[in-house]
Design a protein around this ligand. Sequence first.
Ligand SMILES: Cc1cc2nc3c(=O)[nH]c(=O)nc-3n(C[C@H](O)[C@H](O)[C@H](O)COP(=O)(O)OP(=O)(O)OC[C@H]3O[C@@H](n4cnc5c(N)ncnc54)[C@H](O)[C@@H]3O)c2cc1C
Ligand code: FES
Length: 519
Amino acid sequence: MEKNDWIKAIAEGELKEGVPAVIEVEEKKVLLIRSEGKIYACGNECSHYHGPLSDGLIAGHVVTCPWHNARFDIRDGRLLAPPGLNGIPSYETKVEKGQVWIRQTGEGMIAMPEGEDDRTMLIVGAGAAGNSAAETLRREGFAGRIVMVTGEAYGPYDRTMLSKDLLSGEAPAKWLPLRGQKFYERLKIELLTEKPVTAVDPAGRAVTFADGATMKADRILLATGGTPRTLPVPGADKAGCYLLRSRQDAEAILSELETAKTALIVGASFIGLEVACSLRTREIEVHVVAPEEVPLANIFGEQIGRRIRKTHEENGVIFHLGETVKEFTGRGRVSEVLLSGGSRLKTDLVVIGAGIRPAVEFLEGSGLVKEGAIPVNARLESSAEGIFAAGDIALVPDAHGGQPRRIEHWVEAGRQGMHAARCMLGSKDGYAGVPFFWSKQYGSSLRYIGHAPGFDQVVFRGSVTDKFFLAGFYVKGKLAAAASMGKARELIRLGQLLEAGKSVSPDQLEDKNFDLLSM
Ligand SMILES: Cc1cc2nc3c(=O)[nH]c(=O)nc-3n(C[C@H](O)[C@H](O)[C@H](O)COP(=O)(O)OP(=O)(O)OC[C@H]3O[C@@H](n4cnc5c(N)ncnc54)[C@H](O)[C@@H]3O)c2cc1C
Ligand code: FES
């Protein structure tokens, strides 16, 4: 199909209001939808991991992907919210003699803006937030200088893949980069690797690098993510004990997996459980040690936590819950682990998943950090004018008047990066995103939207046992978050309610006959 060719798509009568139709045009899937009386067409594949947008939710002119909630504008294919990077193909439509015709108008790619701008934007950190900010600056038409620096040897890559498909062997390392070098060259984004920043001068809007060089910028975005915590336990620094945050960490673990027969994971939160799953895929014997009795119960409640544990046990994981590690022992490298209950476990390697602390050490004395994080206003600007922060390091105000929060999720970091970029260009809008995350274990995805650290009630629709459910987390009768396996549309809808500051009662959420989608 040439870009300007009209293609006969579908009989108009087949398109019902709000019900998507998918057709194939030269091996590309095209989504057609009649929304509020108008007919739209756009690509049906999400630009993140190719999720089928027709299985997501379309509200007005916005389609939300069912897998990780990227959002696109169906009118022009524009990316509205990460984790997608590109937009999606866009089409114009016309109706003639009862037939819908479509013609492609765009590919969804970011173009290098024309014109001149003498401002410099410096982005410190090339992770989810930093990369999204750099791309957004160009998408928004900024033609000036963009410099993105990272302390790591690699440019932006998909960190979420490290504990999942990379360690399991299902994804090769070549799938990790978010973009190729040519992309940054085309968009004139200067990407500097192995260039850690060691100090920031907020008044001068300047940074110092480890090699002694300095750089001034008109706007600076700080997006340095997290530093994994180790354990204050003898032997935790022995060879064979690993943390997992970076691609380099993952490569070091991978190099052990060809020969390892047994692994011990410390921590039963997301990283620990995803690594356990990946290592079981390789048929390595896996032990998980954690102080809590039920994994992830603090986030999902006991019922979902127990289901997660059972799934792992069904796949051969051996839990040592209610226990901590007293000591890692072994000559030269770790070979045995002493637990608080007195038992000793032999192991070939250890992976410690004990959480992170925001990577803000280099900001000591800058006045930007409070209690280990960077407080920002609704525009994601720090206490210093022109210096912004996003992602795992940023303490962000709640749009609905709740407590400020620091979120450690990939999608949230990308969205904050996008918002920060717009504010660096002068937008006065406040950040109103609702956090979203997912975890994938043994082929099933568990998705969560909202923020409910102190929930006092959980209600369910569907079956946790069958891994097909929607759960609502309430604080004093008000919906604060929701989780789901398999009910993507309802979860997206609840996210939209949360974003609008609305709720749905526990009775309504529980009642399978109550139509959440038409609320
Ligand atoms: C293994 C793993 C799996 C995960 N899986 C999921 C998941 O499934 N779903 C989910 O929602 N979240 C997941 N997360 C969390 C998610 O990856 C983070 O919340 C997200 O990456 C945070 O983005 P960020 O941009 O704030 O920081 P990061 O992505 O960590 O990026 C920080 C960047 O800053 C650089 N940097 C740090 N210090 C300096 C310095 N001094 N100077 C210059 N550069 C510096 C780093 O090199 C890096 O480039 C996972 C995390 C890990 C480690
Ligand atoms: S596949 Fe669409 S958001 Fe991930």
